[in-house]
Design a protein around this ligand. Sequence first.
Ligand SMILES: [Cu+2]
Length: 241
Amino acid sequence: MQKTFRYGVLCAFAATLGLAGVVRAADDGVIKGKVIFKGDTDKFKRSPIDTSKDANCKKPIGSWDVILNKKTDPITIKNVVVSIKEGLGDKKFPPKTEPFKLTQKDCQYDPHIIAVMEDQPVKILNGDDTNHNIHFLPKKNTEENFSQPQKDEVTGKELKFKLEEPFKVKCDVHPWMGAHVLVFTHPYFAVTGDDGTFELKGLPPGKYVVEAWHEKFGTMKADVEVAAGKPAEKDFTFEPK
Ligand SMILES: [Cu+2]
C-alpha cells in the first residue's frame, strides 16, 4: 500500500515536470562532416620555406596556408575552422579553463590554427634554441608583441583574448612564421585535422547557421538542423579558382 502510494506520487511529480517543460532533451546534438576541395591541386602545392636566415632553424619546413589531403576521394582540407555562427540565442558559456598551448617549434607555430574561447588562457612556449618575437595582430582585441629569447617549453607566457574575431600572428624575427587566432564566445567550434573532418558536439537540438573558415579560401555558411540523438551531417566544399 505504502509502495503504491509512493509510486503514484513519483509519477505525478514526473508528469508535472514534463508538463511544465522542466524535463528537456539533453544537449547531446552533433554536427559532423568534412571540408572538401574541388579544383586543381597543382595550384595549391605546399612550397618549401627558406629558413637560412637563422642558422638555428635547421628543420626543413613547408608553407601552411593550404594543406590538402589527397589520400581520400574526395580530397579534403586541413585547418578549416567550423563553428556555430547563429542559433545559440543569448546563451552565455563559461570560458574553457584548460590553457591552449601554442609552441614555436622548428621556427614555425604548432599548431597553425589557434581556435579558443574568449577568456581561455593561451600559453605561448618556445621550443627552439633561438629568439622568437611573437606579435598578435588583432583588430578588436589588444595587440600583443613580445620576445621569447630562450627555449622554454614549460612556463611560457599566458594571454587571454576577449572578443570574437579571427586575426593573424607573426614573428618579427622570422618573416615566414605565421598563424591565425580565432576567438569564439561559445564552445562549438572545431578545426579540421589531417583527414579534413570535423565534429561539433554537445549542441542543444535546434536550427543553426554553421560557418567554415579557411585562411585562403574564405568562408562558407550553411543551415543545419540538429535533432536529439541523431548526428546531423554537413560537408562544405571549397572550389577555389
Ligand atoms: Cu620566430
